[in-house]
Design a protein around this ligand. Structure first.
Ligand code: NDP
Length: 491
């Protein structure tokens, strides 16, 4: 047996391991920069063919892919369980959301990106104006391991639906999941390598950044995101950055504290807390605090590491989680539950009275931990929630003021009286601000992220005033001034 901490790599291959047993699950090639360049060259030809299919042809094939994934859910859920460590039932939730997004992207691509007439304005009334969004060409997608299908597909499905070919580099922790769905795509679309997989470690991802792709869609940590941007800057390759978060939940005076506690636990501990949009901090008002903590205490007692959620996928992350718990306790925090980290299993951990300067409040923990802090009122809660360099998502529990509070949170996404529900609405954009990155996957914005706007005008009749000619008359110049004053010089 190979222990997870003794991960084997050599120059040609690397292993992905089962977090539960530490055994080797699969072995993959380390693709070199030449391999990546060759994949991108193939993708460029494939992109021409894919564009030629038009929206309908692409929709047909994306729908066929989606049907195949839906038919073989059990198979892929097992691969996700073995390679990522998450329970099969959680893998199913991830897959359900994935196919829903794939369906939406294929269905809506024409409506969002296809050519449409737009008003040409009074000064240009003799022209018809058209807007459409054309595919970028080849998109490089670099994915993380925590949601090994849902997260990369947020880019892949939308990039493909927009008419691009994709070269996908999965995390070295979950290459088998990536291989499963890219192989399935190749079965459904055998004609051209429209979606290809390249595997390897960080260097392979870096090679993809330098390969001349037309955009890199990156999901991962802020630290690696900065490296990706630096590499992409060398070739002026645009980037989409979906990075980490330090999401907060606010529990208002009138909140249903039992529902809030239930949601905080799921938001903080599902997937062993390895969720970019996971709740890591809770700010409860004085009125709500006692009831909320009591409900949380009761509910967290029923959770068990290894059953309610799986192992920590990346063994080194367990040390970071432990450091955050230790730091919180050393600085005056009190455990409500859990606190133990044994190997890659972390107990469901709730800590109260954690000072705002602690690691567990400031930095992404990415484990099944929650801090709960009592605040005077919602204003103080909002101030704390926003006092982070991240700005990904969050949640608000409030009966009367949910919308008002949600709008004051400096983050890309907020759910009211629920957690993470925005991620399941395909028509809503997904992404953050600050250290959480920029650009959007999902929804109309997610389709446009993988296309460039093309503006076309067509002259329908001779203009009343010919302005774009050296032959224009003085009279035309005077008339222009009069017209502008008439149209815009008054309220
Ligand atoms: P990492 O940043 O470690 O890795 C992300 C990807 O980048 C992996 O495929 C990795 O490859 C690759 N990579 C590593 N080094 C380089 C490099 N120099 N150039 C190009 N690519 C490179 O993130 P994790 O996999 O640990 O993912 C967890 C993080 O992702 C968390 O911070 C989480 O918050 C964030 N995340 C954000 C989401 C969002 O939508 N905002 C969604 C999900 C996660 P390899 O694994 O082979 O090193």
């Amino acid at each position: 047996m190979t222990l997870a901490t003794e991960r084997q790599t050599d120059r040609q291959t690397f292993d992905s391991l089962e977090p539960e047993t530490g055994q080797v699950y699969a072995t993959f090639p380390v693709h070199t920069a030449d391999d990546v360049d060759a994949a991108v060259a193939r993708a460029r030809e494939a992109a021409t063919w894919w564009v030629g299919l038009g929206f309908d042809g692409r929709k047909q094939r994306l729908d066929a892919w989606r049907v195949q994934i839906a038919k073989r859910l059990d198979e892929i859920a097992e691969v996700m369980h073995r390679e990522n460590g998450k329970p099969v039932a959680d893998a199913m939730i991830e897959l359900a959301l994935t196919v829903d997004h794939l369906h939406w992207a294929a269905k809506n691509a024409r409506k969002v990106l296809g050519q449409r007439r737009v008003p040409s304005g009074l000064l240009m009334a003799n022209n018809a104006a058209f807007l459409e969004y054309q595919p970028l060409g080849v998109v490089g997608v670099i994915g993380p391991w925590n949601y090994p299908i849902f997260t990369p597909m947020g880019s892949i499905a939308y990039a493909l639906a927009a008419g691009n070919a994709v070269v996908f580099k999965p995390s070295e922790y979950t290459p088998a999941v990536g291989k499963w769905f890219t192989d399935l795509f190749a079965e459904v679309v055998p004609e051209q390598p429209v979606l290809q997989l390249v595997t390897g470690l960080g260097d392979t991802g870096a090679a993809l950044c330098r390969s001349g792709v037309d955009k890199v869609a990156f999901t991962g940590s802020t630290r690696t995101g900065k490296k990706v941007m630096a590499a992409c800057a060398e070739t002026l390759t645009p980037v989409l950055m979906e990075c980490g978060g330090k999401d907060a939940m606010i529990v208002d005076d009138d909140a249903d504290v039992v529902a809030a506690a239930d949601a905080a636990l799921w938001g903080g501990m599902a997937n062993a807390g390895q969720t970019c949009i996971g709740i890591e901090r809770v700010y409860a008002t004085e009125k709500a605090y006692d009831g909320f903590v009591a409900a949380l205490r009761e509910k967290v007692a029923k959770l068990q590491a290894g059953t309610s959620y799986g192992h920590i996928t990346m063994p080194s992350q367990a040390e970071i989680i432990k450091a955050h718990i230790d730091d919180a306790l050393e600085h005056g925090g009190t455990l409500v539950s859990g606190g133990k980290v044994e190997g890659t299993l972390v107990e469901p951990t709730v800590i109260v009275d954690v000072p705002e300067e602690s690691l567990a409040i400031k930095e992404e923990t990415f484990g099944p931990t929650l801090t709960v802090t009592k605040v005077k009122d919602v204003d103080e809660a909002v101030t704390h929630a926003n006092a982070t360099t991240y700005g990904l998502a969050g949640a608000v529990y409030s009966k009367r003021r949910g919308m008002e509070i949600a709008r004051r949170l400096r983050s890309g996404m907020t759910s009211i009286n629920a957690v993470q529900s925005f991620a399941s609405v395909p028509s809503l954009p997904f992404g953050g601000t600050g250290d959480s990155g920029f650009g959007r996957i999902h929804g109309e914005d997610g389709l446009k992220e993988f296309a460039w706007a093309k503006a076309i005008t067509k002259q329908r009749m001779r203009p009343l005033l010919t302005l774009t000619s050296f032959d224009r008359t003085k009279k035309a110049d005077e008339l222009l001034v009069k017209t502008v004053r008439f149209l815009y010089g008054r309220r």
